[in-house]
Design a protein around this ligand. Sequence first.
Ligand SMILES: [Zn+2]
Length: 255
Amino acid sequence: MAATDVKFPAALEERTIDEERLHRKQQLAAAFRLFGRFGFDEGVAGHITARDPEHTDMFWVNPFGRSFKQMHVSDLILVNHEGAVVQGDAPVNQAAFAIHSQVHAARPDVVAAAHSHSIYGKSWSALGRLLDPITQDSCAFYEDHALFDDFTGVVLDVEEGKRIGAALGEGKAVILRNHGLLTVGHSVEEAAWWFITMERTCQAQLLAEAAGTPVLIDAECASATARQVGSHAAGWFSFQPLWDVITAEQPDLFD
Ligand SMILES: [Zn+2]
């Protein structure tokens, strides 16, 4: 079976609202543990959000100041469209609210969004350029990511979140200049995978350009490869082995 034959999970699994909420929270906790393992944390920066399946203008997010590496399902907080914490007693990162509330509002199809200050993503972001199709993996982002070509300090204003949402457009990712990466998906699994592979794609292009002049994949081939490796189903599927490993090794994340 090819990755392109994988059916989107929603088509396979019928879940109740409660089951879907728990599923999203478990995937979110696992994604944080993976982000921690990969070293995507920088102090207290970074957030991954999952839209609530019932209250679709609210999202689940990490509490401000808790390590990605120690995230549990029970730690996640629910934030409404005004930035108030309506479930959980920990504070929300104001930047998480300002950015993610507007991305979720701009993209009703998006279930999850991921952002952190990972080292290769923020290094690449300083160049103010889109990623080029230089590897099979980078084709997942071919004509499907954008550049937010502005930086005005920590994003605390929802108006700037709106501009980031507008820059993202219909794509799966946006490079925030002088800041880092932000990815979205139709599932937590997909958004987390795009972040992980985009970070590594930035690393690969930085390495290749440091060593020489990369050969670009031609446009027609890059588009065809994007359809193979860049679909919603492919993003979801690529996360599955990471889920298997992190949940086997760190089952306390389910607490
Ligand atoms: Zn940030």
